[in-house]
Design a protein around this ligand. Structure first.
Ligand code: HT7
Ligand code: ZN
Length: 873
């Protein structure tokens, strides 16, 4: 397969100003006629005689140029129109079979609903086109269908006409006034009900809001609608950005490869990110719905109005929009929890990516299949990069930068450099070195050491940075890293900070500009030996090493005024002692949990000033993904044994605390999705989980009681997770009862599959294999596949890596089977095998064997080939 390189970018030789589509939908096919106004691009480098369009998996019916049959030649992925004039009208007719399209890209059917997914390169499966984001056109879409088959006909923009046709058919015409790239095109048709509402923009324009769902699901749309209105208001308040069409529509679809898609005026969502009521959705679902609705809505400006020049610039829209949705989530609830969540996600998914065979810069240099680059690096690390600019510029100058970005580039397809230029020009802050964050892959290591000179009342902080080699990038340059720090006195109070050379102290948190392999920062007038609070707010996506004693970490856990740093101190301490225990276990020594840690957790549980969510975060031990990143060679059994040991000790020694937390947070009244109520439920289920660690009779009884009395899905899922882990008759009974109750609810059934696949105890692989044959399993539904196979391979390291390679073999089989009809999903499943270098020699051999088996398969998709072959390199 061909590698596409960023450096090879050239402007398109032709531009397409308008596209008039006529899409006729039938039970077993769709006919598409596309009429395009084409002209040569004055900015093009080359002047080819032929126009070469992209196209895939369609039957070509006809091609005409200015009304006459045109000389043309089709290959499986292109259509060349011979010797075209400078300006012309091109009309192309194609026929497709949406009902047979299991790739869920282009035009496909999700049960009886026709729907499209065009990002990144799906439009070329609907009609032949210059399917690249820098070709922006104005679209008109006329859809016709049998009324009984598809009573609702939707596309981008505003509805301009609708009516009846002969033979029980009807039509609708949609006009999108905004030029857009083809990846933002959307069409949806089928039997749908809708929830309607209105939003008045701050300039007084009335916008109709509609959420379309399967008949019967309208009562589950209220939370999504509220989230949408909050997002619209927030974007006006915080960024001054208003919605620009008369209608904003969301459609919920059951079969969807990703979370959601920001098509102009017609967002298409995975139904799990729309539908919610307390009986069927968890707090986490409510949170995800709010965040993703916001994310897709925010794309209207960061992505749609200003889009990407080419797919290497994907983070231009995704990193920026993730940052915006993170800011929104922080404003909707607790900012501290939101930041802890961001960092947990980054460490669990992006840090391993940055340390593995698929490591790539936020702005990649090359790809074989662009769908493989919708990654944690492009999204989450991309958001951290924009957040660092926010930190370096400060909120006012950052906002000025955003304003300038829109002023300069509204209606254009631009690059990450254009974004950085706007930030630089609006603020006067030099971002030359900072731009390396877009270019260099890998997570920087930061070593910070402090020395106090009592006589000089001076505290010297020495910061060393280094960046390991990553595939294709052997030599790295030092980065510009904003390091946010504070100094605490002996009573835990923030000291005012004055750097050498400054006339007076300025604030108690300072952002240090780290730019060199070694930087030294001197704080003056420091009255006593301080405890340093480092990387406040997680000011940069780095791995921090600082020689801090366990006492210093517990001190920070108790006193740091920065909630992130306070939580982080506990994680660092937890990680340190778990890793010490792993080493002890390996050396045949006992695994000892120091009292100091138990005391610190006790103090956290007793601290009346802390909110419940924060306490739940702070008493949750570091996860295996994070711990694994800290080890030279991942020792899964060791980490698991040590983590369980710590849990056991905390469970026993703090039994009275867990019991009182459990009893005190019972809650009453109807379900509310509020920060307080979510915190209460989280803390209670965390206590339940600690109380269940000994697996004894009392624990089983309590868990059964919790599960059976659950008043909402959040509690049911928490109870079921604990019971599944406890196993035995109670676990089986709960799983059976849950299935019986929810077998008609696909989104709830996904949870049932997921909980079993993630259970770290028992013979999970055997169970997962049986579940693949369960009547409720659907290998063509991405949600079901991710909830079973994905959850097992990515969410259950203990079981995936057990069993002498049986888990690896199972995953490879599933990848190969899925690749035959849905390469995007298959490639996503494959990722865990890529981390083979991080394990012992035995596992390395077994994992590589499966990767080699995959690569050797005939007819492999580009998607799977790229991940599997790069993983072996
Ligand atoms: N921009 C959207 C990306 C997306 C996507 C990409 C490839 C294949 C299927 C897809 N569905 C959605 C989602 C977003 O980041 O907002
Ligand atoms: Zn996005």
């Amino acid at each position: 397969p061909r590698t596409i390189r960023r450096d090879d970018y050239t402007p398109p030789p032709f531009l397409i100003d308008t596209v008039d589509l006529v899409v006729e939908l039938f039970a077993d096919s769709a006919k598409v006629v596309s009429r395009m106004a084409v002209r040569r691009n004055p900015a093009a480098v080359a002047k080819p005689a032929d126009l070469v369009l992209d196209g895939k998996k369609m039957d070509l019916l006809s091609v005409s140029l200015d009304g006459r049959a045109a000389a043309h030649e089709a290959t499986p992925e292109t259509l060349a129109i011979r010797a075209v004039p400078d300006r012309f009208t091109l009309e192309i007719a194609t026929r497709l079979r949406p009902q047979d399209n299991a790739e869920l890209t282009g035009l496909y059917k999700s049960r009886d609903i026709f729907c499209t997914q065009c990002e990144a390169e799906g439009f070329r499966r609907i009609t032949y086109f210059l399917d690249r984001p820098d070709v922006m056109a104005r679209y008109t879409t006329r859809i016709t269908a049998e009324k009984s088959l598809a009573p609702v006909l939707l596309s981008n923009g505003n509805l301009v006409e609708r009516g009846e046709l002969d033979g029980g058919r009807h039509f609708a015409v949609w006009e999108d006034p905004f030029p857009k790239p083809s990846y933002l095109f959307a069409l949806v048709a089928g039997p749908l009900d809708c929830l309607e509402d209105r939003f008045t923009t701050r300039s007084g324009r009335e916008v109709t809001l509609r959420i379309y769902v399967r008949p019967g699901d309208v009562p589950r749309c209220d939370h999504a609608m509220e989230s949408l209105k909050k997002s619209m208001k927030w974007d006006e308040d915080v960024y001054g950005l208003e919605y620009d069409l008369d209608t904003f529509m969301i459609v919920a679809i059951d079969d969807f490869n990703m979370g959601a898609m920001e098509n102009k005026g017609l967002n298409v969502f995975n139904s799990k990110l729309v539908l919610a009521n307390p009986e069927t959705a968890t707090d986490l679902d409510y949170h995800s719905i709010e965040a993703v609705i916001a994310h897709e809505y925010f794309h209207n400006w960061t992505g749609n109005r200003v889009t990407c020049r080419d797919w290497f610039q994907l983070s231009l829209k995704e990193g920026l929009t993730v940052l915006r949705d993170q800011q929104f989530s922080a404003d909707m609830g607790s900012a501290a929890d939101a930041r802890i969540d961001d960092v947990r996600r980054l460490r669990a998914a992006q840090f391993p990516e940055d340390a593995g065979p698929m490591a790539h810069p936020v702005r990649p240099d090359s790809y074989i299949e662009i769908n493989n680059f919708y990654t944690a690096t492009v999204y989450q690390k991309g958001a951290e990069v924009v957040r660092m600019m926010h930190t370096l510029l400060g909120p006012e100058r950052f906002r000025k930068g955003m304003d300038l970005y829109f002023q300069r580039h509204d209606g254009q397809a631009v690059t990450c450099d254009d974004f950085a230029n706007a930030m630089e020009d609006a603020s006067g802050v030099d971002l030359a070195q900072f731009r390396l964050w877009y270019a260099q892959a890998g997570t920087p290591d930061l070593k910070v050491e402090g020395r106090y000179d009592a006589a000089a009342r001076r505290y010297t902080m020495t910061v060393d940075q280094s960046l390991r080699r990553t595939p294709g990038q052997p030599d790295k340059k030092p980065m510009h890293i904003p390091l946010s720090v504070g100094l605490l006195d002996g009573a835990g109070r923030d000291l005012p900070l004055k750097l050498a050379g400054e006339a007076a102290a300025g604030g108690t948190t300072r952002v240090l500009d780290v730019r060199n392999p070694r930087d030294v920062f001197v704080f003056e007038d420091v009255p006593e030996k301080p405890v340093a609070s480092l990387l406040r707010g997680f000011s940069a996506p780095v791995k921090l090493q600082a020689p801090r004693s366990e006492e210093e970490l517990t001190f920070l856990m108790a006193h740091d005024s920065d909630p992130f740093a306070r939580w982080e101190a506990g994680q660092q301490l937890g990680a340190r002692l778990i890793l010490d225990m792993v080493a002890a276990r390996k050396a045949g020594k006992p695994m000892v949990v120091p009292d100091l840690f138990v005391d610190a957790i006790r103090r956290t549980l007793d601290d009346q000033r802390l909110d419940r969510s924060f306490i739940a975060d702070a008493v949750t031990l570091p996860g295996l993904a994070f711990l694994g990143e800290l080890m030279p060679e991942i020792d899964i059994e060791g980490m698991w044994a040590a983590q369980q040991r710590v849990r056991g000790v905390l469970s026993q020694q703090l039994a009275d605390r867990w019991s009182s937390v459990y009893d005190a947070n019972h809650g009453s009244g109807p379900y509310r999705f509020s920060p307080e109520e979510v915190g209460r439920r989280r803390l209670r289920s965390t206590a339940l989980s600690y109380l269940s660690t000994d697996k004894g009779e009392a624990a089983r009884r309590r868990a059964v009681e919790y599960f059976e009395n659950a008043k909402n899905m959040t509690e049911q899922v928490a109870g079921l997770g604990v019971l599944a882990e406890l196993g035995g008759a109670e676990g089986d009974a709960a799983l059976g009862a849950f299935h019986e109750r929810w077998k008609g609810e696909p989104l709830v059934l996904d949870k049932w599959f997921g909980i079993q696949a993630r259970t770290p105890t028992g013979d999970t692989l055997q169970r997962v294999k049986q579940l693949v044959d369960h009547p409720s399993y659907d290998r063509k539904n991405p949600n079901r596949v991710y909830s079973l196979i994905g959850a097992f391979a990515s969410g259950n390291p203990v079981q995936f890596h057990a069993g002498g390679g049986a888990g690896y073999r199972f995953l490879a089989d599933q990848v190969l089977a899925t690749d035959r009809f849905n390469p995007q999903v298959a490639a996503r499943l494959l990722a865990p095998l890529g981390s083979w270098r991080r394990y012992d020699a035995g596992r390395q051999t077994l994992m590589k064997r499966e990767l080699a088996r995959i690569v050797a398969e005939k007819g492999l998709s580009r998607d799977v080939f790229e991940i599997a072959s790069k993983s072996l390199d």
